[in-house]
Write a protein that binds this ligand. Sequence first.
Ligand SMILES: C[S@@+](CC[C@H](N)C(=O)[O-])C[C@H]1O[C@@H](n2cnc3c(N)ncnc32)[C@H](O)[C@@H]1O
Length: 339
Amino acid sequence: MSGSETEVEFSKDMTPEEALEAAKGRAAGAYSAAMQAGDKWGALAVWDEVFAMAPEDWQMRSNLATILAGHGAVEQALELLDRAEALGAPASTLDQFRAAVKGEAPARPDMEYVQHMFDRGADAFDERLASVGYQGPATMELLMLSMDLPLEADYRVLDLGCGTGLCLPHLRPRAGKGGLVGVDISGEMLRLAEARGGYDRLMQGDISKAEDLPEGPFDLVTAAEVFNYFGELRHTFALIHDLLAPAGLFIATFEAAPDGDGPDKDGPGFRLQPSARYQHRMEFVAAEAEAAGLTVALAAEIDSLRKEGARDVPAHGVVFQRAQGAALGPQNDGDGDGE
Ligand SMILES: C[S@@+](CC[C@H](N)C(=O)[O-])C[C@H]1O[C@@H](n2cnc3c(N)ncnc32)[C@H](O)[C@@H]1O
């Protein structure tokens, strides 16, 4: 039996979703071969079968554009984004993806793009993050333990970009009676956080806007895997500074920019990857924090915050402290017992 006969026979028993997945699998193999042969247009053309099965799916086209751009096929990626536009992709998404594909680095993405992306991906978020070995919540725990924050406390805690609440198990016990507030731009992510239960208050808003933030002061502010959607940091760091109690802690992760290369080498200290997520240099993060009145109390290099394909995504896990007063946790209370 020939290969094509096998395919036809096999397809007959498949649901449309299974057939699409099978076509994607076939295209992925042919794509790698075409890329290895240096045939970038050919690498795009192998997806025609898949596109034909999903004629209106602009998201598939724009996602594929980021993959092509990641392999240096910029023209082909831009062509795909044009096709996504013709199918009705939102302008805010296209702007961000085009900038990423061209190696530009706007200081901020359009918030509509971020909101739409997370609204669309909310239901699959937890499963997807588990499948890429997401270590954000574990990293927050590690950083809190490194600062000797007690496992249970009554801190006033603010979880910025709280998403579906994956950090909740690490924050709720520390918030105790102090209260735990979550803020996120995506209503769909917040709906799932609400369903998870455990936040005292959830608010929809942009954490770079003072008017969208709750009233402080907070002893602890967290932001796990949120600054991938920020280029510049200073403005938001200044807002966080103002929300913190004296000596309050702000703990966040930043996807690390590779050293020594990339368009940011002598540039702004951040870069937008073809995936449309930002990376930051630690020196830049520290300088932005200092300008906002925050000092770096601890900076850890995390080898893998998650996987992106086969690649480990390295990150900076950083604890900042608002200047003034005694530190949170047991380390500065004189007797070391955490009371
Ligand atoms: C990768 S998820 C991480 C969610 C959560 N912190 C976790 O560790 O699972 C990033 C979240 O940040 C939110 N986000 C990104 N930019 C934001 C902004 N400017 N204001 C509020 N939320 C934002 C997104 O909506 C999304 O829920």
